[in-house]
Design a protein around this ligand. Structure first.
Ligand SMILES: *[C@@H]1O[C@H](CO)[C@@H](O)[C@H](O)[C@H]1NC(C)=O
Ligand SMILES: *[C@@H]1O[C@H](CO)[C@@H](O)[C@H](O)[C@H]1NC(C)=O
Ligand SMILES: *[C@@H]1O[C@H](CO)[C@@H](O)[C@H](O)[C@H]1NC(C)=O
Ligand SMILES: *[C@@H]1O[C@H](CO)[C@@H](O)[C@H](O)[C@H]1NC(C)=O
Ligand SMILES: *[C@@H]1O[C@H](CO)[C@@H](O)[C@H](O)[C@H]1NC(C)=O
Ligand SMILES: *[C@@H]1O[C@H](CO)[C@@H](O)[C@H](O)[C@H]1NC(C)=O
Length: 261
């Protein structure tokens, strides 16, 4: 079937070339829409899906996401299912997300060039059981074939809150101190059973050497940084983590830079 399909495409390319030579235009009726169609790899069934799953709101929600495969000229759709071993298979309906609206930290995405040029897909898994191993199956399907990506996960291992928001940094009047304040990530749902803790990191440069201090985790949503130097600039960031240390800390919030008077 695969060879037949390829032959079909090659036939059209040949036909197009002939028509182009004779001054005609190619119709849009071919399977290929991109000009680099002579490359066989463009017509391969989908493969190499890199799926990343994390829970920004333990234990309510898991997000799984992946980038559309590069070089694929064929329209691909995805079937996403998840189940406990031997249990009922649940389906999840993926949707494309624009890169601009992503709250996902860049560092958790597969590192690739031009990833912004590719569509990112995302699926939301809900009603998962605690301390239970799930199998995720993301199957990419195009007209040349399909490829399944299987992955096991347990909610507790993939906790990763979003970073705190509304981070502000103020100089404490008359003191060599900074007051850092923030709000918890809005995506985290249960602050009673699963409170978050925070870490603050501040960085500075002195004579071309950079220094950084990260404070131990604590529960407040503000912190005073003492012992700072006049005239020096500090770059301040905050991250959040589940209070029992489940999973991973969030990414650092975008840096706020303040110069001491
Ligand atoms: C052919 O494709 C071009 C761009 O891909 C589009 O603008 C045009 O409307 C299409 N023509 C037909 C007949 O579908
Ligand atoms: C065809 O694919 C190969 C290997 O992926 C790549 O090196 C080459 O640049 C591609 N050629 C075109 C015309 O896209
Ligand atoms: C990204 O592209 C640049 C040049 O275009 C190259 O030097 C670099 O190695 C690429 N990185 C990856 C991860 O492919
Ligand atoms: C990245 O995308 C831009 C615009 O789409 C393109 O001009 C550039 O060649 C691409 N770079 C790589 C390394 O693919
Ligand atoms: C994964 O999902 C696809 C599509 O639903 C299915 O054909 C395939 O058998 C599944 N694989 C496993 C190991 O469950
Ligand atoms: C962040 O600040 C805005 C504006 O002051 C406020 O409306 C919003 O509720 C704050 N976010 C959180 C999570 O508290």
């Amino acid at each position: 079937m695969y060879h037949k399909h390829c032959g079909f495409v090659l036939f059209w390319l040949y036909a197009c070339a002939l028509m182009a030579l004779s001054g005609l235009f190619c119709s849009n009726g071919t399977i290929l829409t991109a000009p680099s169609g002579e490359n066989r790899t463009d017509l391969d069934p989908p493969s190499r899906l890199e799926v990343h799953c994390w829970s920004p709101s333990y234990p309510f929600k898991v997000l799984c996401s992946w980038l559309e495969l590069p070089q694929t000229q064929l329209v691909t759709h995805y079937i996403v299912t998840y189940s406990v071993k031997g249990g009922e298979i649940q389906q999840c309906h993926p949707h494309p997300v624009s890169m601009a609206s992503l709250s996902i930290p860049e560092s958790s995405l597969p590192r690739e060039n031009n990833s912004s040029a590719r569509t990112m897909w995302r699926c939301v898994l809900e009603d998962l059981k605690l301390y239970t191993s799930y199998q995720l199956n993301v199957t990419a399907v195009n007209t040349a074939g399909s490829a399944s990506h299987l992955q096991l996960f347990t909610l507790e291992d993939i906790v990763k809150p979003d970073p705190p928001v509304n981070v502000t940094v103020q100089v404490v009047p008359g003191k060599l101190k900074l007051l850092v304040k923030w709000d918890p990530p809005p995506s985290w749902s249960d602050h009673t059973l699963f409170p978050l803790m925070y870490k603050v990191r501040y960085q500075w440069e002195n004579k071309g050497v950079s220094h950084a201090i990260t404070l131990d985790p604590f529960e407040n949503t503000q912190k005073v940084l003492p012992g700072l130097s006049p005239g020096r600039s500090y770059l301040v960031q905050v991250c959040s983590m589940e209070h029992m240390g489940m999973g991973q800390s969030s990414n650092w919030s975008p840096p706020v830079t303040v110069t001491m008077p």
